[in-house]
Design a protein around this ligand. Sequence first.
Ligand SMILES: [Zn+2]
Length: 146
Amino acid sequence: MSKGKTQVPAIEGWFTTDRDAPALLGSRCTTCGTYFFPKESSFCRNPACSGTEFDEVPLSRRGTLWSFTDNRYQPPPPYVSADPFVPYAVAAVELAEEHMVVLGQLATGTDVADLHVGDEVELVLDTLHEDDDHEYLVWKWKPVSA
Ligand SMILES: [Zn+2]
């Protein structure tokens, strides 16, 4: 992180920007309680539910590694990538409370050789890319050291 630049989310409204305890922002169906990330706002995707109202909720900041890889290909939207694309390690993480799987980069400096499925990880914010005035932040998963 360099000084003097304004830190802004790379995508608006997907996560809080609290540096100490950032959290992804999802939605929860007020009828059946199903969680969604990215946020759902029109109708519940649970086929057994006809709910159309959702609360915005911060999601678990911790989860367990479900899968991970050194990513050599640009992931599809809604995932936001640097442009031009730079390969990085990516993880699918099952959130502790919601049991939903969220994709994200692994924190800078993470060596995939040290990772194992089931390892606990924590959400952090890191710079995705920057211009002259701004640092654009995105969430990443960082292994929780014992
Ligand atoms: Zn529902």
